[in-house]
Design a protein around this ligand. Structure first.
Ligand SMILES: [Zn+2]
Length: 349
């Protein structure tokens, strides 16, 4: 498959390459995608770049990502931001979810504003005591705000979900004071993927993939000064989760063929698809056993816990290998950048 002519890189806006790195089919939305690497800026992106609605996310993720994150005080992304000891001011958290970060930042002297497309999350944020949060789509939110209103804008695991990242960040920059800061976290494109890429790193879940170098270049091109780039420490649990999904996806089709007598076309399933299985695809007794979507997630989590114990020696060996190589290659990347004040060229700051 080749690209439709005229497509552009969503990060640097230069012409996209003709040849795809990978082809991907989203079985939830029944849509094909191409994954490409921009020859100009190095960002990996997918085509087409079109956001999916809340309905797709509800199908794909029975439990929202927040379940996967620790308490705000222990969240590496938030701690890394607060450790920079920046002078408190007005902060906008894009995709604020249930407001965990905003509450923490207010305890540290910031004044928080947030929005999220998911109204249920905003309801939780309000109940937790946040006043300036709303359920809104990105464009409608931006249109209502004053230029230069915020001292800080935070994007915790948001940018990679966003089609058209250039346009997205340029719109947000307008809401930031000259000299104001943007903090971005996203999956580190330099993390080890020994056992394959995670299911959620494909479109339409993630539209772009970034490394410290490509993210820094992207910000510099939008006239930000990159101040701090930092990758999280590599964790044992990351390595065992990466291995778990590989083995899970190998063992499961085998089990379904052998134990459930399903044909090969029905046995090639990702974990997300197993969550969505219906009685047309699976025997009724099996569906009763694995329960509803929430119960299925619990089964997967239990299996992951058992696997973690069994794989501990393997994960420890790999962890030591990467540690000795001395590279910072944890799964999360944090970048802090500053909007250049007017009249300051790149050399001035
Ligand atoms: Zn590019």
């Amino acid at each position: 498959m080749t690209m439709t002519s005229g497509a552009r890189c969503p990060a640097c806006l230069k012409p996209a390459p003709k040849q795809a790195l990978e082809n991907h089919f989203d079985r939830i939305g029944q849509k094909p995608y191409e994954v490409l690497r921009c020859p100009h800026c190095g960002v990996v992106f997918s085509e087409p770049q079109a956001a999916v609605g809340a309905e797709w996310y509800q199908k794909a993720a029975p439990i929202r990502d927040r379940e996967m994150h620790p308490a705000p005080e222990r969240d590496w992304r938030y701690r890394t931001f607060l450790r920079r000891n920046l002078p408190p001011g007005r902060i906008l958290d894009v995709g604020c979810g249930d407001g965990g970060f905003l509450l923490l930042s207010e305890k540290n002297g910031f004044r928080g504003t947030g929005f999220d497309y998911d109204s249920r999350m905003i309801e939780l944020a309000r109940r937790a005591g946040l006043a300036d949060v709303e359920a809104a789509e990105f464009e409608r939110f931006c249109a209502k705000r004053r230029p230069g209103e915020f001292d800080f804008i935070t994007l915790f695991d948001v940018l990679e979900h966003t089609p058209k990242p250039h346009w997205f960040l340029a719109s947000l920059k307008n809401l930031l004071k000259p000299g104001g800061y943007v903090a971005i976290t996203l999956p580190n494109g330099q993390r080890p993927l020994l056992f394959g890429r995670e299911e959620h790193d494909y479109p339409p879940h993630h539209f772009t993939r970034w490394t410290p170098a490509t993210l820094s270049r992207f910000l510099e091109n939008l006239d930000f000064q990159v101040i701090y780039v930092h990758a999280s420490r590599l964790k044992l649990s990351y390595l065992s989760d990466n291995a778990f999904f590989y083995f899970f996806q190998k063992v499961l089709p085998w089990a379904k063929r052998r134990l459930l007598g399903l044909g090969p076309e029905k046995s090639q399933k990702t974990i997300t698809e197993i969550m969505l299985c219906s009685s047309q695809e699976m025997p009724g007794w099996f569906l009763r056993l694995i329960g509803d979507k929430l119960a299925r997630q619990t089964w997967v989590n239990r299996a992951k816990g058992v696997f973690k114990v069994l794989f501990l020696p393997g994960a420890a060996g790999l962890w030591l290998f990467y540690k000795l190589r001395g590279r910072q290659c944890g799964d999360c990347l944090f970048v802090l950048a500053r909007r250049r004040p007017p009249g300051h060229s790149r050399k001035d700051i």
